[in-house]
Structure formats: C-alpha cells, structure tokens
Ligand binder design. Sequence first.
Ligand code: ATP
Length: 234
Amino acid sequence: MLLDIQDIHVHYGKIEALKGISLQVDEGEIVTLIGANGAGKSTTLKTISGLRPLSSGKVVFEGRDISKMPGHKRVLVGIGQSPEGRGVFPGMTVEENLYMGAYARKGDASKTLAEVYELFPRLAERKKQFGGTMSGGEQQMVAIGRALMTDPKVLLLDEPSMGLAPMLIQQIFDIIKEINRRGKTVLVVEQNAQQALSLAHRAYVLETGAVVKSAPARELLDDPQVRAAYLGGD
Ligand code: ATP
C-alpha cells in the first residue's frame, strides 16, 4: 500500500474538521474523495501533504509514519499536491511556474518538463506567457503540471474541475486519466462527483468530517443514496 491514512483527527481551533478519517491508496490507483461543501475533503488532502497538522491519527506513506514530517520534506519523499485555487504565480511565465515544482529536486528536470508539455501541448505553446494572463483552465493545467514536476509517487489534486467550463472539465479529466495510465497514482478531491466517479477506480464519500461510504467508483455511480445526494439523480 502506498498511502495509509489511519483515523486522522484535524482541528481548526475548536472546530473538529476531520473526525477520524481512514483511507488507503494503492500504487497505480486513481482514488477520489467526494462530498458536499465543508465535508473535509480539502482538509484531508492538506493533512496528507503536511499543510495541516494532525490532532491524532497517522499518515503512513510507503510503510513509513510521516505524520510529523514537515510539508516541504513530504514533497521530497513523493507527495505532490496541486492546491485548490491553483496558486499560479501571475508574474512568472508558464515555464518558470512549472520549474517552481522542481526547485527542490536533485538532478535534471528537463525530461519531466518535456513530459508535462507532451501532456499539456497548450502549455508548451504558451511557455513564455505570464501565468496571470492564462485562462482558468490553462492555470489549472499549470498547477497540475507544476505538481508533476516534483516527480511525485502520488499526485494529490484538489478540485481540478473548479470553475471550468464543461468542455474543459472533460479535457482535464482525460489528462488525469492519461497521467494515471502512464503510471502515476492519483488521489483527487472533487465536488463534481459524476466526473470523479467516472474517472476513479475507488471512491470515499465524506460527510461532516467522516467517511460514510467507500467502494469501487463504478458501484457508487449506481448507488441510489449517492445518486440522490451527489449526482442529482433519482
Ligand atoms: P470545500 O469543497 O468547500 O473546500 P471540503 O469538503 O474540502 O469543502 P474542508 O475545506 O476540508 O471541506 O472543510 C472542512 C471543515 O473545516 C468545514 O467545516 C470548514 O468550515 C472547516 N474549515 C476549513 N478551513 C478552515 C479554516 N481555515 N478555518 C476554520 N475552519 C475551516
């Protein structure tokens, strides 16, 4: 098992945002976390990447307890996150933004850069353009590309479809599938449950800081409760 989250509790002040979440991600999988606003999806990702401290529980990566490891070291062991809201540097070019993902890496990142450009030809076309002048969809590509530049063993994606037009959402999800097909493990948080469940192998449903369901993603697409709550279905 690549990533093993064991009974994590996380607080914002007195508010308990995560009330004992456990989840696992195996190598080669796409796993998705779905749930309503405020369910704790982003907090779970931030806890895995080390941006939020744990109150209790464990984050185990490749068999090693990294619960107390600072975020910048987690990048080095193979946890790469593309944050919610993208965080593209507006005054840097696309290529400079991408290289920010590689600054802590040892060795040459040019091969990874070529792979990122292969996945996102649009970024190759616009590599000299400033980040701030890119469209929402293009900035999402920069954010995912930058996370890939860390050469992660697991890629954490927070709401990659947020704010994008339907055609672009499809494009981003197709690229995530391709990233996985090329061997990357992916953990993706999404409010767009339909797309996320169509993409992922397995899924966890979060409600108010707890996992209420976990199953193969395809099963959840047919689950009446999930359909009613998250897929706008009957
Ligand atoms: P969203 O899609 O809206 O980001 P989410 O499922 O990712 O939802 P989280 O953002 O993880 O949910 O939030 C979980 C809980 O923690 C919510 O009750 C939220 O109000 C609270 N929370 C999140 N960030 C903060 C913060 N910086 N300060 C205080 N409370 C927070």
